[in-house]
Design a protein around this ligand. Structure first.
Ligand code: DMJ
Length: 647
């Protein structure tokens, strides 16, 4: 019954004005009022009451048991959500703009919505009835089945990798494999380096498979807190070296491990920098070399896990991130809660490639924003301090270093430009401006004629150079070709001088392996004077510079120096269970640190192998190496790189 027809009746029974005063009563109400209640006899009153209550019962019956009218009533009286407008129709073909909807939707829309309401209501009643008729055991079975389905869906999503990854035809960049060296002596040396890789890999496999690193003396796994409880650092770091050395069986087993075991869904606080350069870098290279989709999926999945690190007021990322909760923080020792230049400045190459492979521009945007923040800041003497507060956007301590805490920031400016097919002009300018400031304020020559790069602390120089700083020889040489103001020769020369100084730091020890840091003060040159700077942990930087210098000059001394390093590694670092670092390179009585670092496989051995390879293997024209020696292809203009490099 239409609701409106009930109103006069209620009005009459409750007395005038109860539902809107005189207007609610109307003429009829006024008539009954004039007659007066005393005009009825008791029986009549009783009959009337009976009729009235029968009528009320009928109305309530209608409200509760007739599906369509009950919905309608609830809409009238309570403005229930049951009368929501129908969802909009699908967009018209061709993407033409839609005409604005008519208020109320017209009679056809009302009829449609009533029909849908009726159908919904009937289905709900049917389902409720069925459920009530089920035995408890049946209900439990249904719940179990629903749960299993949810689990299966989740597993399916996991196997499919990062959801929404676009299809991408794989084109292997040139130089993923090269020719055998023509010279048999060189070939023999290269084979020896491959044998070293096999020794390192086999022992890792035997004693620490699936763990992050190997303890080659105690023959067990080694965990560093840099990766939280993400596992398999050595496997992921070694993938591309195995590929390049054509160790096919080993590459296959590494790939299978990644497929089955590499898991980023862990509650782990990790170093964003270390996980990026080793895991993201390693996976990206493995993908570009082999074309195996699993590596692309894993790289993008991990990249997405790293994104919350950028949730800071400036967008300068945190150093540490819990990849489950997405909560970040900085190293407690870093000046005034700062992020570290070499850490937030060493994400660029990998993040540009993540955007390239995922179609998601967010990765590139994040790293381009880091540049924006840096370019807005004043730089003391044109130098970049190592500490930057991610909340205030201000520098921390004015400590500048081309070694630890600063190093790969400079490397990535140059390589961003090279990797962009030389279109990233901003990266280029930032690099050459920085090198100019470094030359003016940090580079010095010792009285014995050795060129070194000092550290700068608030305007004062510390005449010390770290092993890490030795990478800069290769960097200067690699950047020589684009150096402004006819400085190509000068940059090559700078690279050669740093290579010579770093070679001296090796040659002046008893083991012919370089210390962690060496000094040019107190009457010494290129020698470590402090006990805690005398160790060698299988680092690659000196060999890295030999490799670049060899490729760019073909001066045979670089191969010779590289071979000296091979002999020293074999003599002092090789043990039954793999390769170990050394506590004091000036002391012939070996004291091993019992760690085979994952970068020994990804960097030190790869750079040695390349030093004794022909130039057609991973040619610089087509590849740049990330700071962990993972090769990433140059994004030439026809590869669709334009957007990623120009955000
Ligand atoms: C590597 O993880 C990388 O080369 C990084 O840039 C610096 N340190 C180590 C190797 O020494």
């Amino acid at each position: 019954m239409p609701a409106a027809s009930l109103l006069p009746l209620f009005g009459s029974a409750a007395g005038p004005g109860a539902l809107g005063g005189p207007a609610g009563g109307g003429a009829g109400a006024g008539g009954r009022k004039a007659a007066g209640p005393g005009a009825f006899r008791l029986t009549e009153k009783f009959v009337l009451l009976l009729v009235f209550s029968a009528f009320i019962t009928l109305c309530f019956g209608a409200i509760f048991f007739l599906p369509d009218s009950s919905k309608l009533l609830s809409g009238v009286f309570f403005h229930s959500a049951a009368l929501q407008p129908p969802p909009p129709p699908p967009p018209p073909p061709g993407g033409q703009p839609r005409a604005p909807a008519q208020p109320g939707g017209g009679p056809a829309a009302a009829a449609g919505s009533l029909a849908r309401i009726r159908a919904d209501h009937e289905r709900a009643l049917r389902e409720a009835k069925e459920t009530l008729q089920k035995q408890p055991e049946e209900i439990r079975r249904d719940i179990r089945q629903d749960k299993e389905k949810l689990l299966q869906d989740a597993r399916g999503r996991k196997e499919a990798g990062a959801p929404g990854l676009p299809q991408r035809p794989f084109r292997q960049p040139a130089g993923a494999v090269g020719q055998e060296p023509a010279d048999p002596a060189v070939r023999q040396r290269r084979d020896k380096i491959k044998e070293m890789m096999k020794h390192a890999w086999d022992n890792y496999k035997r004693y620490a498979w699936g763990l992050n690193e190997l303890k080659p003396i105690s023959k067990q796994g080694h965990s560093s807190n840099l990766f939280g409880n993400i596992q398999g650092a050595t496997i992921v770091d070694a993938l591309d070296t195995l590929y390049v050395m054509e160790m096919k069986e080993e590459f296959k087993e590494a790939k299978e491990w990644v497929e089955k075991n590499l898991d980023f869904n862990v509650n782990a606080e990790i170093s964003v920098f270390e996980v990026n350069i080793r895991f993201v870098g390693g996976l990206l290279s493995a993908y570009y070399l082999s074309g195996e989709e699993i590596f692309r999926k894993k790289a993008v999945e991990l990249g997405e896990k790293l994104l919350p690190a950028f949730n800071t007021p400036t967008g300068i990322p945190w150093a540490l991130l819990n990849i489950k909760s997405g909560i970040g923080r900085n190293w407690p020792w870093a000046s005034g809660g700062s992020s570290i230049l070499a850490e937030f400045g060493t994400l660029h190459l990998e993040f540009i490639h993540l955007s390239h492979l995922s179609g998601n521009p967010l990765f590139a945007e994040k790293v381009m924003n880091i540049r924006k923040v840096l370019n807005r800041l004043d730089k003391p003497e044109g130098l970049y301090p190592n500490y930057l507060n991610p909340s205030s956007g201000q520098w921390g301590q004015h400590h500048v270093s081309i070694g630890g805490l600063g190093d790969s920031f400079y490397e990535y400016l140059l390589k961003a430009w090279l990797m962009s097919g030389k279109t990233d002009e901003e990266g280029r300018k930032m690099y050459y401006d920085a090198v100019q400031a470094i030359e003016t304020h940090l580079i010095r020559k010792s009285s014995g004629g050795l060129t070194y790069i000092a550290e700068w602390k608030g305007g004062l120089l510390e005449h010390k150079m770290g092993h890490l700083t030795c990478f800069a020889g290769g960097m200067f040489a690699l950047g020589a070709d684009g150096a402004p103001n006819d400085k190509t020769g000068h940059h090559i020369e700078l690279g050669a001088e740093i290579a010579r100084t770093c070679h001296e730091s090796y040659d002046r020890t008893s083991m012919k392996l370089g210390p962690e840091a060496f000094r040019f003060d107190g009457g010494v040159e290129a020698i470590a004077t402090r006990q805690n700077e005398k160790y060698y942990i299988l680092r690659p930087e000196v060999i890295e510079t030999y490799m670049y210098m060899w490729r760019l000059t073909h001066d045979p001394k670089y191969r010779q120096w590289g071979w000296e390093a091979v002999e020293a590694l074999e003599k002092y670092c090789r043990v039954d269970g793999g390769y170990s670092g050394i506590r004091d390179v000036y002391n012939n009585h070996q004291s091993h640190d019992d760690v085979q670092q994952s970068f020994f496989l990804s960097e030190t051995l790869k750079y040695l192998y390349l030093l004794f390879s022909e130039d057609d293997l991973l040619p610089f024209e087509h590849w740049v190496f990330n700071t962990e020696a993972h090769p990433l292809p140059v994004l030439h203009k026809d590869d669709g790189n334009k957007e990623e490099n120009q955000k």
